[in-house]
Design a binder for this molecule. Structure first.
Ligand SMILES: C[S@@+](CC[C@H](N)C(=O)[O-])C[C@H]1O[C@@H](n2cnc3c(N)ncnc32)[C@H](O)[C@@H]1O
Length: 485
């Protein structure tokens, strides 16, 4: 059965890992050889198969564990040492049927870690319901790149799947607890902790916060089953709660499991219903925490149904019909689905919520950008206008400015902050000149005065206009207090 790998003893798994390493089964070499180190998703074919067709030990590993191909048993015997084949068969990584060898799992390298999980081919079979996601999915990597990597005492990965977030958190946490409702997920996480020689991860099976009832954490990460729809089939994506109910519960319950100043970072999809704005819906969920919310473009119900229906297909699996899904959105008055990532910080006192638009994709680590974003909102909350005028601000490192031309004339400036979140804005020439005045020496007041000397605008009006602009710049990360840089 998929996911029911057996836990080996630690010396056997160490030898298996050493064998994979020796045969360059890692991010760097796979990318060099194949152009990427991710397994193909169903329907993807082509070049990766051609690039690994010469039979060598490295290519046998690639064909089995990355591409999900079969090889005959004689080739396996010739190119893989007997103890490796025995180990893989015993642990449930390989199946040998009628002289044909094939992997029951996929092994995905991310940075210098390796993650064993179900192979994509499980989707579309009878075993799809319990599918444990490979570490190569977009959502998993989105959350990994957005996670804040500050050293902490304790972290929780809720809904750990193959354990990717738990293992990355284990590098900056004294102790990590990984939980999942699925027994298969718990086994994979244990296996992967051993495969990567990590011994500060404890795995507990159970739903939501049940396995960690009396504990509080400095960091909780979760890529929950957030898909919104009538389906109840797939444990990795269908929560069996109405609409966005699972994410709502997570946001509502998390504060009870966070230490003071502890953070929850979770992926989320939430609905916008007739008669309520999406901002209001989210605000209603948050209690006792500051909320910094990264918001991607909303999707119409029709597009959502199309995208999600095409995630999974197969003769043996019942995904429900697109018509039922559309009707479900209609009955529930859903106007749009909003995707994003919620960061909560548990803090006593008057809490704030900040919405940050995300225009593109996230391709490089952006945890620091989120920490800076939180610090920026703290600054704006703590400083009234008078205090801001006395503050010294500076332009963020990584801010690029490019002139916008029209008909050969400069008509404005395009700003782009390269902090992983690709924050962008178009501003006009005078605002760009104002931004340039922040040199880490002048106070805000001095910058405004210097700018004012170039115009004949009313000084009070100018101050209030420039303060408003400056607050947007700070909240977007373009400007920051000089002493926090
Ligand atoms: C989208 S997958 C994410 C897996 C993994 N964290 C990743 O990012 O690849 C959601 C995970 O939540 C788990 N899950 C579903 N319902 C749950 C529940 N009630 N409590 C805890 N985990 C749950 C699923 O088994 C699955 O592993």
């Amino acid at each position: 059965m998929a996911g029911m790998i057996q836990l080996p003893d630690s010396s056997a798994i160490r030898e298996f890992r050493a064998f994979l390493d020796a045969n360059e089964y890692d991010t760097v070499h796979l990318t060099e050889r194949l152009g990427r180190a991710r397994p193909p998703t169903p329907g993807e074919t082509g070049q990766m198969f051609d690039d690994s067709k010469v039979i060598t030990t490295a290519n046998v590993l690639i064909r089995l564990f990355l591409l999900g191909s079969t090889i005959d048993q004689a080739t396996a015997r010739e190119f893989l040492p007997k103890p490796v084949v025995n180990f893989c068969a015993r642990s449930g990584l390989l199946e040998i049927v009628d002289g044909i060898v094939r992997a029951s799992v996929v092994i995905v390298p991310i940075d210098d870690l390796l993650f064993v999980s179900d192979a994509f081919r499980i989707l579309g079979t009878r075993e799809a319901a319990g599918f444990v996601l490979p570490a190569s999915t977009h959502s998993a990597n989105f959350l990994r790149l957005l996670t804040m990597r500050t050293p902490v005492d304790s972290a929780l990965d809720l809904g750990c799947g193959c354990g990717m977030h738990a293992l990355f958190a284990a590098r900056h946490s004294k102790k990590v607890i990984a939980t999942d409702i699925s027994e298969a997920a718990i086994r994979y996480t244990r296996f992967n902790a051993m495969l990567n020689d990590m011994n500060n991860i404890e795995c507990r099976q159970g739903s939501m916060f049940e396995p960690v009832e009396d504990l509080r954490f400095n960091l909780i990460v979760s890529n929950p089953p957030f898909v919104i729809g009538p389906g109840e089939t797939f444990v990795y994506r269908d929560s069996n709660l109405e609409l966005d109910g699972f994410c709502k519960l997570l946001v509502q319950q998390a504060p009870a499991y966070l230490a003071e100043n502890g953070h929850l970072q979770m992926l989320c999809e939430w609905v916008e219903q007739e008669g309520q704005s999406w901002e209001e819906r989210l605000n209603d969920w948050v209690r006792g925490c500051d909320a910094w919310i990264l918001h991607s473009s909303p999707v119409t119900p029709a597009d959502y149904v199309e995208q999600r229906s095409s995630d999974i297909s197969g003769d043996d699996v019942n995904t429900g019909s697109a018509d039922d899904w559309t009707a479900y959105f209609h009955v529930n008055n859903v106007r749009a689905v909003h995707p994003g990532m919620i960061t909560l910080r548990c803090r006593e006192g008057l809490n704030w919520t900040h919405l940050q638009p995300l225009l593109g994709d996230v391709e490089t680590p952006a945890g620091q950008a989120i920490m800076d974003g939180i610090a920026a909102i703290d600054f704006l909350e703590a400083y009234d206008d008078e205090a801001i005028l006395e503050a010294v601000l500076c332009v963020a490192d990584g801010l690029e400015a490019e002139q916008i031309q029209a008909d050969g004339k400069a008509v404005g400036v395009y700003l782009r902050l390269n902090n992983g979140l690709s924050v962008e804005a178009e501003i006009d020439g005078p605002v760009a000149a104002f931004l340039n005045l922040f040199d880490r020496k002048r106070t805000v007041q001095e910058c405004i005065e210097k700018f004012g000397a170039l115009t004949d605008a009313d000084p009070d009006r100018l101050t209030s206009d420039l303060l408003a602009i400056l607050k947007v710049f700070v909240s977007r990360g373009f400007l920051l207090p000089a002493d926090v840089e």
